[in-house]
Design a protein around this ligand. Structure first.
Ligand code: ATP
Ligand code: MG
Length: 413
């Protein structure tokens, strides 16, 4: 679990601001759900036979003996909230939810135990146009963040029925090569065989390369849905590769799955993954409702922004107020508030550490401020202030207080 220090937070804020703006522009609204939910919710929504539920959740009994879990992802809580408040039945909802998620994983670069996601979901929309909307919206976010191109992988899982027939064929095939599969895959073969397809073990991958292809087993309607999605992506100029090994193991998934991957972060290559889960709302006790969404991994995106050439937003103060002497300290305090009233976007730091002009000016310089406002006893008495540009060799000038606002304004970009 990481501390995100003040030098790093501007990058996070930049990512959040860009993402929020784009989500709002597409009509998505924010929902905030608790970080704790009943464990049972995740067992049902994510599936008992998944890495997350089998071994990654932070689960405990509270003082009443209720079994609770720190959310490992956001979708389950959003659907639970939607059902609790009647947001999903016969309605269209475009929603997003951001915040920390918790998984007890083996920590490594790009993989943490508390990490952050921005999760985007659309409910009540069965057509391929919403699948395409979510994907092109992602592409727009990456572009505006200045991230190097990501690879978009897409696949279709068809309907649960079509998949069940495929699963039988897949298991037949894999059983014939069982000895050559890695241990995890052997275990999954019995319980969640589709997951064998996305194994990272080289030996297993060789076997999987020859396995029956899910895309050859799609039902007619899913085939049409996938074709329509591909056409919309082509219209939007969003490049993709079809990866038939991109899967989710659970029955409530249907049709579209997608993932944005990078080659620049080592083994942790997925920065965003999503898919359609038309069966989940009913599985959690609601009336059936179409659903599709994706989750962005914020740490991994921030890492990509770091190594791109996106300039860090400037968080340094515009102005730094130096006050020397008792009268100047008092008058300066008032001046600072007047300036903040007049210029709401002004970043003004008031020196409160005391000391001589030169020691305060040193701190002004170190703060990165562009302007020092210098107030001594004489200036305070005359309601004037020294206006000293710090980033070039311009002369300090003395201004009456009411001339400071117009003088500062052009420095606020
Ligand atoms: P991975 O294959 O890397 O374990 P996942 O399939 O478990 O990913 P999802 O549950 O689909 O990941 O979560 C969506 C995104 O959240 C991932 O693409 C990734 O960017 C990010 N993510 C998942 N787990 C972590 C983690 N432990 N630390 C940091 N980011 C994570
Ligand atoms: Mg994982």
């Amino acid at each position: 679990m990481n501390d995100i220090l003040p030098d790093a937070t501007p990058r996070w804020q930049q990512l959040e601001a860009v993402t929020r703006a784009i989500l709002a522009a597409y009509g998505y609204r924010e929902i905030r759900t608790p970080v704790l939910e009943r464990t049972e919710l995740f067992a049902r929504a994510i599936g008992e036979v998944t890495d997350i539920v089998e071994k990654e959740m932070y689960t405990f009994d509270d003082r009443n003996g209720d079994n609770l879990t720190l959310r490992p992802e956001a979708t389950a809580g959003m659907v639970r909230a939607g059902l609790t408040h009647g947001l999903l039945y016969n309605q269209v909802q475009r929603l997003w939810c951001a915040g920390p998620m918790f998984r007890h994983e083996r920590p490594q670069k790009g993989r943490y135990r508390q990490f952050h996601q921005i999760d985007v979901e659309a409910y009540g929309l069965p057509g391929p146009d919403i699948d395409a909307e979510l994907i092109v919206m992602g592409a727009r976010i990456w572009k505006r963040l200045g991230i190097q191109p990501l690879e978009l992988q897409i696949n279709s899982l068809g309907t649960p029925e079509a998949r069940a027939a495929y699963r039988t064929k897949l298991v037949d095939y894999l059983r014939r090569h069982e000895q050559k599969l890695d241990e995890d895959s052997q275990r999954r073969l019995g319980r969640n065989p589709l997951r064998v397809l996305d194994s990272k073990d080289p030996g297993t991958r060789e076997i999987v390369a020859q396995a029956p292809n899910l895309l050859d087993h799609l039902d007619q309607a899913s085939r049409a849905h996938f074709a329509a999605l591909r056409a919309l992506l082509a219209d939007a100029g969003v490049a993709y590769v079809v990866n038939p090994r991109l899967v989710r193991g659970l029955d409530y998934y249907s049709r579209t799955v997608f993932e944005w991957v990078t080659t620049r972060l080592g083994a942790q290559d997925a920065v965003c993954s999503g898919g359609r889960y038309d069966g989940l709302v009913a599985q959690l006790g609601g009336r059936p409702a179409s659903a599709i969404g994706f989750a962005m991994g914020v740490e991994r995106l921030v890492a990509l922004m770091e190594e791109g050439e996106v300039p860090m937003p400037d968080a340094a103060p515009h102005a730094y107020l130096v006050r020397v002497g008792e009268r100047a300290e008092r008058a300066g305090f008032q001046l600072a508030e007047k300036l903040r009233d007049a210029l709401p976007q002004l970043r003004l730091v008031m020196d409160c550490s005391g000391g001589s002009f030169s020691s305060q000016l040193k701190r002004a310089d170190k703060s990165g401020a562009r302007i020092a406002l210098v107030l001594g006893e004489n200036e305070a008495q005359a309601e004037q202030v020294g206006f000293k540009p710090l980033r070039n060799n311009a002369e300090q000038v003395t201004l009456p207080w009411d001339a400071v606002v117009p003088r500062l304004a052009p420095w606020l970009e």
